[in-house]
Design a protein. Structure first.
Length: 335
């Protein structure tokens, strides 16, 4: 599914720092500040500006209500920020350059309300207009210059900070979803993909277990056992084609999802994995074999049941003497 642009998504566009939550707090703070400006300019007799901020408060409140109700925003966040900035420009032009400092929270807010590139464009517009209007209002070149440089520094810092945090989030996600020993996806990743429907509309599931692994650990030591786990995972990756997914479910057990593949082809892949591992040179010159249960799944909702059936077939392979591929509908010959 295509990802919508930040302009369309409003609150939902940014991915860093849990932006929707931060955007909600920024919006709430804005609604607490604006009434002060409304009352101030109403007292001064500037009813047009006061009415503008009343309308702006109503629009922001409407968007916040929609966000709290998990509904699409009636007014896009970029438009709201643009309206806030326009009000700031009116203040600079009519009431002095001290109002120019509101450009900083407006610029920072853009990175939490909009996609990053949209926020950069919005920030650039803020810099140009605020510097120009400030210079027009005060005829102070050095103030306008310092204001522009400070805004540019703020934009660059926000961009760097969010890119860095996004990179760290990606690394954390990899740490959570991948097994540190074998480099395979882990059980958590399997469950997350299952919940999100990431296994497509059908395919074949392989449940792989290393035979007599406890005896291997007892005989050769746990460090050699770790090396064997890494080697077995590498051998399976070499057999699998792009698009197949390999998971370490726990201990010496692995699950393989072959997307959009018929069951007979899944049996061939499983048999090849079994043969390659049984013939491979393993650490400590250990003799390593695997047993594999094979089961098809016809829809995402069938995946959990298919995993249990594959586990039953794996148990049958163990009972039949191990080093076997088992599926009741497709009998694999004994090695």
């Amino acid at each position: 599914m295509a990802v919508k642009s930040g302009f369309i998504n409003g609150f939902k566009a940014p991915g860093a720092l849990g932006a929707p939550l931060i955007a909600k707090y920024i919006t709430t703070i804005t609604l607490l500040i604006l009434p002060v400006a409304i009352v101030k300019y109403a007292i001064k007799g500037n009813y047009g500006l006061s009415a503008y901020f009343v309308a702006l408060s109503a629009i922001i409140a409407l968007d916040l209500w929609a966000h709290m109700k998990s509904r699409s925003l009636p007014i896009n966040a970029v438009m709201v920020l643009s309206a806030v900035h326009f009000g700031d420009l009116i203040l600079i032009a009519g009431h002095g350059v001290s109002s120019a400092f509101w450009a900083f929270p407006i610029t920072i807010a853009g990175f939490f309300f909009c996609a990053h590139w949209t926020a950069l464009v919005l920030g650039a517009v803020v810099v140009v207009l605020d510097v120009a209007v400030s210079y027009w209002a005060a005829q102070d070149f050095w103030f306008s210059f310092r204001l522009g440089m400070a805004l540019i520094t703020t934009i660059l810092f926000m961009r760097y900070a969010l890119v860095t945090i996004g990179r760290l989030q990606a690394q954390l996600k990899d740490t959570l979803n991948y097994d540190a020993l074998t480099g395979c996806r882990n059980r958590r990743a399997f469950m997350a993909l299952e919940q999100k429907g990431g296994f497509g509309s059908g395919g074949v599931l392989l449940f792989v277990d290393i035979d007599h692994f406890k005896e291997i650990n007892d005989r050769y030591g746990h460090f050699a056992g770790d090396d064997i786990l890494r080697c077995v995972a590498a051998q399976m990756r070499d057999v699998l084609h792009e698009g197949s997914m390999l998971f370490r479910i726990g201990g010496e057990e692995f699950a393989i999802v072959l997307l959009n593949l018929p069951e007979d082809m899944g049996m061939r892949v499983a048999e090849r994995i079994r043969r390659v591992i049984s013939e491979a040179a393993m650490p400590a010159q250990a003799r390593v074999t695997v047993s594999i249960g094979v089961e098809r799944y016809s829809a995402h909702a069938d995946l959990g049941a298919a995993l249990r059936r594959a586990d039953d077939h794996l148990y049958m392979a163990k009972q039949a003497g191990r080093n076997r591929v088992m599926n009741p509908r497709h009998v694999s010959p004994a090695p």
